[in-house]
Design a protein around this ligand. Structure first.
Ligand SMILES: N[C@@H](CCC(=O)N[C@@H](CS)C(=O)NCC(=O)O)C(=O)O
Length: 217
């Protein structure tokens, strides 16, 4: 049976985070690869879903009327709301606030400058790129404290904060001085074996899934 949720995306951090969150929330979804290298995100079919021409986009039909959401963080929060307690602590206001604090730390203080560096690299602004990349590694090192405190980034439960942290740590892992971050290293090794993490990274690897174009043929 077709899943009630579709996730359009590609092999990028934003899409992988959304895929990990849906998987960890136990929400079955069909991954629909949108090949950015081939410009599929700029084609009319995709633009009708998201006029901004960006992935990920989720369509959730589980409540009758299709719900189309196009921000990765909104998709992650939606996954958390659909499965109370799975991605954010549900019965302790303080633990939930800490999980959100750390989720937004990674999203705004680490992932956002990393994206800005990616954009500026294409504009040839090398000095700005290296300043931003340095900043990303510096800020990321603050997570050593979180990993030292508990098994996961925000306590003893896997949360949205771990998903945000994992994808950015994985993407810059070769620039990290791991000898300085032993607890984060241990956390990283543990998370890489988690089913939802593996599935998220596999979701948009081109394999059996038809592409958006093939689906409409
Ligand atoms: N803030 C958005 C950013 C979406 C975004 O920039 N997606 C990138 C891939 S990670 C994209 O679609 N890039 C294609 C383009 O901009 O042409 C989110 O978190 O979903």
């Amino acid at each position: 049976m077709e899943s009630l949720v579709e996730l359009y995306g590609w092999q990028t951090g934003n899409c992988i985070r959304a895929a990990i969150a849906l998987t960890e929330a136990g929400i079955p979804f069909t991954a629909r690869p949108v090949n950015l290298a081939k410009g599929e995100h700029q084609r009319h079919l995709f633009l009708t879903l998201n006029p901004a021409g960006k992935v990920p986009v989720m369509i959730d039909r589980s409540n009758g009327q299709p719900l189309v959401i196009s921000q990765s963080n909104a998709i992650m929060l939606h996954a958390a709301e659909r499965s109370p307690g799975r991605l954010l602590p549900s019965n302790d206001v303080a633990s939930r606030a800490v999980a959100l604090e750390r989720f937004f730390f990674f999203v705004t203080d680490v992932i956002a400058p990393n994206h800005a560096a990616f954009y500026l690299r294409h504009r040839g602004m090398d000095d700005a790129v290296s300043a931003l990349n340095q900043r990303v590694i510096q800020r990321l090192a603050e997570a050593e404290r979180y990993a030292a405190e508990s098994l996961f980034i925000a306590g003893n439960q896997f949360t949205l904060a771990d998903i945000a942290a994992y994808t950015i740590v994985a993407s810059v892992k070769d620039s990290i001085d791991w000898s300085e971050l032993p607890n984060l290293a241990q956390w990283f090794q543990y998370l890489r074996t988690m089913h939802s993490i593996e599935q998220g990274y596999q979701a948009f690897v081109l394999h059996r899934h038809p592409t958006l174009e093939q689906l409409r043929k």
